[in-house]
Design a protein around this ligand. Structure first.
Ligand code: SAM
Ligand code: SF4
Length: 348
């Protein structure tokens, strides 16, 4: 592996052949999302079919390989890594990777975080903190245990609540993510805002994205956030704020609860121009855009030689293909997903 080090300006140390990643539109790629598994212990209706076929285990990169790939990205200027999935905490021995990457915080990496459904959080919370994780996203679409079971098919609401409690106790800040679902959680949103803000958590609502075949009709689920926002404004005063997390959410402050509420509207293009991220799957495929099918195979370069130079070249080549924006459209005539892979492949 290449260990020569030089420092460019104020930037973190880079190996001599590790140029920072700048895409054809001048955007620096500094954020890597890694789907460590496509498997999950839930089957959320908007995300997966109940009978999913998962990747054969033999196709997965090992945790050591994922660590090496992530390290290459850190050398090439990635400052933030988010582990996701599927459910990242169901991958066997995942804390090994968390600990390895945690050691890079402060030497190249600014932040290590994860997005989780919370089911396994109670038993991992303290160790996550110990490894340097300070903020996580927890997905929670409803506060009603029966509805929770319906939307996740297999999830246990009480366990997720235990997870949230444990993470907060360990000192990890939580942002809640809720997918807005028409006729399902729209009526509950004011309560969710009060719950999140009452516990010191930001809340972000996400529009459903047309990804992967599921059993439900997506056009029935789709709730434009403009509608949701108008509804909330009947009860709350929403003030635009200039809060940026480097992600696609637009934030407002809810004056009555004194907390932040984010809106992610992926079907609009309002965040593509500042997109700083790429997505790596557990098989070593790199997607340069969540809403496009183009991808680069990094596994071949990773396995070809121990020398990272080839890997760096493969990453550079992939970055030249980062598109200007996504192509999400809900194909309402045929009710087909615009992107064939499931969200659990790239992790959102
Ligand atoms: N299992 C973890 C979880 O649920 O947080 C991480 C992976 S999950 C794919 C990441 C995020 O994507 C979750 O917040 C989930 O709600 C969201 N998501 C999944 N399918 C989606 C879809 N079709 N449209 C919008 N968001 C979706
Ligand atoms: Fe699993 Fe997350 Fe998809 Fe739900 S949204 S099925 S928890 S990967």
């Amino acid at each position: 592996m290449n260990t020569r080090v030089e420092t460019i300006g104020n930037a973190s140390p880079l190996t001599a052949d590790a140029h920072p990643m700048i895409d054809p539109f001048g955007r620096a790629v500094t954020y890597l999302r890694v789907s460590v598994t496509d498997r999950c212990d839930f089957r959320c209706t908007y995300c997966m079919a109940e009978n999913m076929t998962f990747l054969p285990k033999k196709d997965l990169l090992t945790l050591e390989e994922l660590d090496r790939l992530c390290s290459a990205f850190i050398e090439k200027g990635v400052k933030k890594i988010r582990l996701t999935g599927g459910e990242p905490l169901v991958r066997k021995n995942i804390m090994y990777l968390v600990r390895q990457l945690g050691q890079r915080i402060g030497s190249g990496l600014d932040e290590l975080t994860l997005t989780t459904n919370g089911s396994q959080l109670a038993r991992h919370a303290e160790e996550l903190y110990d490894c340097g994780v300070r903020r996580i996203n927890v997905s929670l679409d409803t506060l009603d245990p029966d509805k929770f079971r319906k939307v996740t098919r297999w999830g246990d609401f009480a366990k997720v609540m235990e997870g949230i409690d444990a993470a907060q106790k360990a000192g990890i800040r939580i942002k809640l993510n809720a997918v807005a679902l028409k006729g399902f959680n729209d009526v509950e949103m004011p309560e969710m805002v009060r719950f999140a803000h009452g516990r010191g958590m930001d809340l972000t609502v996400i529009e459903t994205m047309p990804m992967g075949e599921i059993e439900e009709d997506r056009t029935d689920q789709y709730l434009p956030l403009s509608e949701l926002r108008a509804d909330l404004e009947r009860q709350f005063t929403l003030t635009e704020i200039d809060y940026q997390t480097g992600g696609p959410a637009r934030y407002v402050r809810v004056e009555e609860t004194d907390g932040r509420l984010g809106f992610i509207t992926p079907l609009t293009h309002n965040f593509c121009e500042s997109c700083n991220r790429v997505r790596l799957t557990c098989t070593g495929t790199l997607y340069m855009c969540l809403g496009q099918n183009d991808a680069a195979d990094l596994r071949a370069a990773l396995r070809a030689t121990e020398d990272d130079a080839l890997l760096h070249t493969a990453i550079d080549e992939a970055i030249t293909r980062k598109p200007k924006g996504h192509d999400f459209i809900i194909d309402r005539t045929h009710n087909r997903p615009a992107v064939a892979r499931h969200m659990s492949v790239t992790g959102g």
